[in-house]
Design a protein around this ligand. Structure first.
Ligand SMILES: Cc1cc2nc3c(=O)[nH]c(=O)nc-3n(C[C@H](O)[C@H](O)[C@H](O)COP(=O)(O)OP(=O)(O)OC[C@H]3O[C@@H](n4cnc5c(N)ncnc54)[C@H](O)[C@@H]3O)c2cc1C
Length: 338
């Protein structure tokens, strides 16, 4: 049975990065909405920022009943201590039954500390969340044992039930501009901003720190690419299709491409409209990062490669023959010279 004192309310930790509302906030809010509808509870989304590029009210259109904004100059740089304290404070004062947070770098840093502060557990990197019929418990599903099994975890004894979810795990539905909800500014005591962290400065990420998660088309290369220079082919193809370049862990481990391009269990979860897997066998760990893509095109010389089982279009043959022909065909169509 569910802990009888559990509220049906869900608190979502939103993310604002350098003034930009991260899309994962909308993904988690709309997922929380569907869970709260089962429980008959409310959805609140918490935002902490110094500036923001969108009206926080937008989040109401994706399912929040309340958007709580903590706006303060002291939130300009990410500080794990401050953000953990604020989230714990809000949990303590509102008593949600469930807390959902993004499994981004900041979410992953904050949430274990918050779990310790409020004395509950945390399931990281969930790929599925449901409410169990009868008990109302949150079923938190995530890959386990190197991605070979899916484990469903519950937190029957401690509150709140807390989970992190990777960006792009859940889709963002169409907004409902007629939905009504409250947007409130929360002023917190100075002690919430106390920290032992002394920021020395802030450096932006390098040009190679691409976000392939925002791309509609991704061309990923694996061990079959054989060497770093071959990725030039994938970049050409990506440019013609206005896409980004991804990779399997084998390609990243071989240092053919930076880790920020890795797709999979220990890389990024992507859901583009079209995903090309080039010279990638289709291990469960790779599939964990791309299986919700729209159309999957696999290019592999091994007809038995597991990637063909998830592919919508399978091209069986040598990639060094197929990819240049695709590039040539696209150039002809677009009237671009090589
Ligand atoms: C805990 C854990 C986490 C992991 N996380 C990830 C992750 O995030 N992402 C990830 O990708 N992997 C991850 N892995 C590794 C994963 O198990 C595989 O080892 C990896 O995905 C294999 O990469 P690959 O498909 O590129 O290489 P391989 O499995 O070696 O496949 C290469 C493929 O290329 C094909 N090929 C070769 N030459 C050609 C050619 N000329 N033309 C056409 N096809 C060709 C071959 O037929 C083969 O199918 C993880 C493993 C563990 C244990």
């Amino acid at each position: 049975m569910r802990n009888p004192s559990a509220s049906g309310d869900i608190l979502v930790l939103g993310e604002v990065r350098s003034g930009r509302l991260h899309r994962v906030t909308l993904e988690l809010t709309s997922k929380a909405r569907s869970l709260a509808d089962v429980l008959g509870g409310e959805v609140s989304t918490l935002l902490m920022y110094d500036r923001i590029d969108r009206d926080p009210r937008t989040i109401v259109h994706y399912g929040a009943d309340r958007v709580t904004c903590v706006r303060d100059e002291r939130l300009r740089l990410f500080d794990q201590e401050v953000q953990s304290t604020i989230l714990s404070f809000v949990i303590g004062s509102t008593g949600p039954g469930i807390v959902l947070a993004p499994a981004t770098t900041s979410g992953r840093t904050i949430m274990p500390a918050v779990a310790a502060m409020v004395g509950t557990g945390l399931t990281a990197d969930c790929t599925g969340l449901e409410i169990e019929a009868g008990t109302g418990l949150l079923l938190q599903t995530r890959p386990a044992i190197g991605g070979n099994i899916m484990a469903t975890i519950t937190t029957p004894d401690d509150l709140p039930q807390m989970a992190t979810v990777r960006p792009r795990t859940f889709a963002v539905p169409e907004p409902d501009p007629d939905r009504v909800g409250r947007v409130e500014e929360l002023t917190l005591p100075d002690r919430c901003f106390e920290s032992r962290v002394e920021p020395l400065g802030h450096e932006g990420s390098s040009g190679d720190d691409v976000n392939i998660q925002d791309r509609d088309v991704i061309i990923s290369g694996g061990k079959g690419m054989k060497r770093e220079e071959s990725f030039r082919l994938l970049r050409e193809l990506a440019e013609l299709l206005d896409g980004g370049v991804g990779a399997s862990r084998a390609a990243v481990d071989n240092k053919w491409i930076a880790y920020s391009h890795q797709v999979g269990l220990s890389g990024k979860v992507v859901a583009p409209k079209v995903y090309f897997a080039v010279g990638i066998s289709g291990s469960v760990q790779h599939l964990a990062g791309m299986q919700t893509s729209g159309l999957v095109v696999a290019i592999n010389k091994d007809p038995e490669a597991p990637i063909f089982r998830v592919a919508d279009i399978g091209l069986c043959g040598d990639l060094f023959d197929i990819v240049p022909r695709l590039i040539e065909g696209l150039r002809e169509r677009k009237g671009v010279s090589g």
